[in-house]
Ligand binder design. Structure first.
Ligand SMILES: Nc1ncnc2c1ncn2[C@@H]1O[C@H](COP(=O)(O)OP(=O)(O)O)[C@@H](O)[C@H]1O
Ligand SMILES: [Mg+2]
Length: 144
């Protein structure tokens, strides 16, 4: 039988829930055989995507964030979706160091997501929202 599983979580857009999402996702991801470093990488990627929804998508106002995660065999897929303001120029948003609020933010969120996950796909529509889907494959561990 294929080893697979999935979870869906919906939560309020609030900076307090960034830690919740990161930890919940780490617990789910732990069902696969990652190194501790890889788990840390996944947590960073999730934190960055969720904070983007809270800070940019909803501009710290009320909103709903959907987190979905699943795996099939050794590939983990995570998606974070908001129904906020959307991204005008996705290519520009992904540039290292680009931030629409440079006085407050470093503009490294998407760079970290790309660095720590194998694939990052961003879909966004103005005034409709943004969905970031990322996946990562478990690397064969030494001695196994
Ligand atoms: N969910 C989102 N909704 C709207 N805009 C977003 C979202 N995620 C990212 N962005 C835009 O992309 C830019 C770059 O994101 P990121 O690389 O995380 O840098 P930072 O968050 O430091 O600004 C943000 O400044 C913002 O303009
Ligand atoms: Mg960011």
């Amino acid at each position: 039988m294929t080893d697979k599983n999935w979870v869906k979580i919906e939560f309020a857009s609030d900076t307090k829930n960034v830690a919740f999402a990161r930890t919940a996702l780490a617990l789910f991801a732990s069902q696969l055989d990652w190194t501790l470093d890889e788990i840390e990488d996944i947590k960073v990627a999730v934190s960055e995507a969720v904070s983007n929804s809270v800070i940019h998508g909803y501009e710290l106002q009320e909103g709903v964030i959907k987190l979905e995660a699943s795996y099939e065999e050794d590939i983990l897929t995570i998606s974070i979706e908001d129904f906020g303001k959307g991204i005008t120029d996705i290519a520009q948003a992904k540039e290292t160091g680009y931030s629409s609020i440079p006085e407050e933010r470093m503009g490294l969120g998407f760079t970290f997501m790309h660095e720590y996950m194998d694939e990052v796909v961003v879909l966004s529509e103005i005034q409709k929202g943004t969905k970031v889907t990322m996946n990562k494959k478990v690397q064969a561990q030494e001695g196994s």
